[in-house]
Design a protein around this ligand. Structure first.
Ligand code: PMP
Ligand code: GLN
Length: 389
């Protein structure tokens, strides 16, 4: 009997799907899967409704709606002082998820190695496998989530084609510093390696932490594919519009894949983002976004501390990590299962983001992209949390 291809046999159900289903079944407060439960800004919703009313209904050019590409290129230039050619270097697709897939299919030859940092966002390894590559994990170590320089150097070899770097980082909240990026850049330059960066939390940073795109480091523009998404920035994770910025030769390769994966992402939402980006330049949106997320982070920090779950520092993204050891469960998976089914709060066990979960610190990830009421409801439930013995 024919069955699934060998290539995909290791793919289970995503932990986010699993925990969200478990949360629904147990009526738990869902601080697991990362998505905002509050309203999106009205200026972006109005723009989307206008686009639908004005009949933006048909396929856009495969690389994306031209005025969206122009607005994204203009923002990049304003933020980083480097011009991006919207016609040849920028591609819009269905979220960062599609662009990660497109980028890996575009550059990885069978057997090529791709370095990933653990904890690793769940899509990277399956994307590498679908591109017939081999993932080469390098650990980031708590509490500062640094790599061991010797381990990183040793991971580079003749088959290394690319490195995937996520900053601000999910799940740790780390924002990589310039010195760390420079260390990685030097190795990539030395070994002629590409970098695929996942910068979907680029606009969500705290306490003055600066998000630095790898592409802005000396020598890196020509070997970096930068991927970002409107999902986090405009609190619309279900709209699925993302983009990549890459030198022309790599953009051509990404577009070659994208045209046969989805061809184009949803046009009214592309139009809405184009308008929203322009409005956000002058209406104070980005500062408000950061202030609101700082307040949510601080609120959830206080709640977790109150429950004996002191969280680690987060400089960016919208998650807090807490050590689960003190509660006496065999691992973070058992802790999160208990938390969801018995206490009524859903969180993500982070050992699932490791090739070998036994090497992972037992941490639970709590999402704070939530309304105050949701965080407060979690606080009430967490009063029930007790150590096992
Ligand atoms: N990368 C990271 C690190 C993420 O956390 C997410 C989603 N939360 C994505 C990629 C996916 O982005 P998108 O929704 O734009 O596909
Ligand atoms: N990126 C989201 C998270 O980390 C989940 C996205 C998804 O469910 N695929 O929670």
């Amino acid at each position: 009997m024919s069955g699934p291809a060998r290539r995909i046999r290791s793919f289970g159900t995503s932990i986010f799907t699993e925990i969200t289903a478990l949360a629904a079944a147990h009526d738990a407060v869902n601080l697991g899967q990362g998505f905002p439960d509050f309203a999106a800004p009205s200026f972006i919703k109005e723009a989307a409704m206008r686009a639908i009313r004005e009949d933006y209904n048909q396929y856009a050019p495969a690389p994306g709606v031209p005025r969206l590409r122009a607005a994204l290129a203009a923002r990049w230039e304003r933020l980083h002082g480097v011009a991006v050619d919207a016609d040849t270097e920028l591609t819009v697709a269905s979220g960062a998820t599609e662009l990660l897939h497109d980028a890996l299919l575009a550059v990885v030859e069978p057997g090529d190695e791709v370095i990933v940092f653990e904890p690793t966002y769940d899509a990277y390894v399956p994307d590498i496998i679908m591109a017939s590559g081999v993932a080469r994990p390098v650990a980031l170590r708590p509490p500062d989530w640094r790599w061991d320089p010797a381990e990183l150097r040793a991971a580079f070899g003749p088959r290394t084609r690319a490195v995937i770097l996520n900053t601000p980082h999910n799940p740790t909240g780390k924002v990589f510093a310039r010195a760390e990026l420079a260390e990685l850049a030097a190795l990539c330059n030395q070994h002629d390696t590409l970098v695929i960066t996942d910068e979907v939390y680029s606009e969500i940073t705290f306490d003055g932490a600066a998000h630095i795109p790898m592409a802005t480091l000396p020598g890196m523009r020509d070997r970096t594919i930068t991927i970002d998404s409107m999902g986090k920035t405009f609190s619309v994770t279900g709209w699925k519009v993302g983009w990549s910025i890459a030198p022309e030769r790599l953009t051509r390769a990404i577009r070659a894949v994208h045209q046969f994966v989805t061809f184009t992402s949803s046009v009214p939402f592309q139009e809405a983002l184009a308008e929203g980006l322009t409005l956000a330049e002058t209406n104070g949106y980005y500062a408000e976004l950061r202030a609101a997320y700082t307040a949510r982070r601080d609120r959830l920090t206080a709640v977790l501390r109150g429950a004996g779950l002191a969280p680690m520092r987060a400089q960016g993204a919208y998650f807090l990590l807490t050590d689960t050891t003190a509660f006496g469960f065999p691992d973070d998976v058992a802790f999160c299962r208990h938390l969801c089914t018995e206490v009524g709060v859903a969180a993500i066990p982070t050992s699932v983001f490791y090739a070998d979960p036994k090497t992972a610190p037992p941490l639970a990830r709590f999402c704070f992209a939530k309304r105050d009421e949701t965080i407060d409801a979690a606080a009430t439930r967490l009063r029930k949390l007790r150590p096992l013995h």
